[in-house]
Design a protein around this ligand. Sequence first.
Ligand code: PRX
Length: 654
Amino acid sequence: MAQDNIQSTLHEERQFPPSADFVRSANLAATTLEHLYTDAAQDNQEFWAKQARNEIDWQTDFTTTLDSSNAPFYSWFVGGKLNVSYNCIDRQLAENADKTAIIFEGEPGDVEHISYRELHRRVCVFANALKAQGITKGDRVIIYMPMIAEAVIAMQACARIGAIHSVVFGGFSASSLKDRIEDTQAKLVITADGGNRGGKIIELKKTTDNALEKGCDSVDTVIVFERTGHAISMQADRDIWWSDAEQDQSTECEPEWVEASHPLFLLYTSGSTGKPKGIQHSTGGYLLNAITTMRWVFDIQATDTFWCTADVGWITGHTYVAYGPLATGSTIVIYEGVPTVPDAGRFWDICQRLGVTIFYTAPTAIRALMKIGDELPNQYDLSKLRLLGTVGEPINPEAWMWYHNVIGKQKCPIVDTWWQTETGAHMIAPIPGAMATKPGSCTRALPGIDAAIVNQEGEEITQANEGGYLVIRQPWPSMIQTVWGDDQRYKDTYWPYFDGKYYLAGDSARRDEDGYFWIMGRIDDVLNVSGHRLGTMEIESALVAHPSVAEAAVVGKPHDIKGESIFSYVVLKGDRPEGGIDDELTQELRAWVGEQIGAIAKPDEIRYADNLPKTRSGKIMRRLLRTIAKGDEITQDTSTLENESIIPQLQGKA
Ligand code: PRX
């Protein structure tokens, strides 16, 4: 566990209660919320059992709410059978068949409205196509797609037949894709010829071909959706066009009723050690919290148009694009491209044109758009917006205030939602009609979620504003089930302390005088770059795999827009470049890391040194490296360094 004292420096006094108008129509008023808290405190399992029976259509009711006999492998809603696709789509058909489920907008400007009836048809046809390719319950399917409606259709189709999908973000490299295919032993890959991003085509099929060339023997079939229409190569015995795979398939597909603990999906995420881990999520518990948080935190209502800008390659794009909003019968927006094409008004243009009422994005996007100024957002009619949200990293109060004033016109509550790939759904977040928000705080834990801040001994810290480890003390329905294929890693990573009783989130946090939570950052060697998690070790391993590199250390450096930028120190096998500068090699190493992991992992800065600073026991002095990256004065003891002359090298001064 990190030894550094966790100190908090941020003090924010402003409070923003919801407007009377918002409160009047909100799903949860303060009194209802208090009842939920009381019910959950009285009997947590009974509380969730009641929610599960209210919110989910079960084909077979569950008999045991929570089985803890094999903790920390918890099993919710044992005996229950359900299907997620049925709960998202079929149950809307009786009354809402013609309601728009998805409004898709491509980066080039093409727009398509898909009703629930049409979504049902397309998901059934594609589910039958998957079955025709030999996919059955429990098989793994990789989805490597652009951010288009078909990505959601593919996910829903997998869910419909009980296949376990693993979506790989389209920005990841062939090598990352290959690792995920091999870890899941997937039989089938669903991809597209390409996708449109930033005015360019991302070569998804070509990257898939490269990944498959390197092994991946488990894969029999690649289904290719035609999105861009540009030339790609198809391998006759392996590749099939999406439209051909759908030929003659029935428009009806009986859902596969699966047990509540059946894995709905695997999603890979970085940790401080080793390769990314496949976070395994359940069907029943996951779906339940996707739904409850849509109602409580997003205050979702029948007339809303909900837009979560996250890509389906991340957990946010699972819970708040592909599943939660559809399971509550909502209309969602899916946008393929980047916020700056044709100009940085694109998000606001979409909000105006498509009538978005709830908008959910990451602080990094807010900061980037804020930098461009108020002029662009002010050109659009954003009056339909009624609720705003953020996720992925702490939002700085300045960006929060801009979001509140310029986008929300001071009338939209902002829900700052704390959660993780592992938690499946929001854990700590405001209930917008029932509490005041504070810029930078994710406020209170949701009903039924037992979040606390503890010290190294696992004792709760009750002193206001004292930092500690954020833990969850009771299991919750949408919790991670295990790390795919590695139960030990699941135990070691998430339940290492406190007798294995508390889930360790890996974040530090404090609570203020009102009991509001303030997330302070990670306690492990995990970077948060633009709201995406990257392990320092993963980037270090990629660097060291380059033939010229002997050793590498990677740390995060605070960055105005991205939250953190990637700062690396490299020791070469040969001589250190003259004056520590070799632009050509630096470009080569950046490109190399891009190929190994993906463009998001490219180091922003690289410094060359003769050695890395290490403790007597040989551990890299990361705190020192972080101080140096920031350009701060060194206050750490450096007397143990074998070679103090490396300090000016690390500082870029020699
Ligand atoms: O450090 C926290 C930060 O993002 C981590 C989870 O990353 P990931 O699994 O990629 O999921 C991101 C989207 C849910 C957390 O451990 N984080 C997430 N949301 C917030 C946050 N930090 C502060 N405030 C948030 N609202």
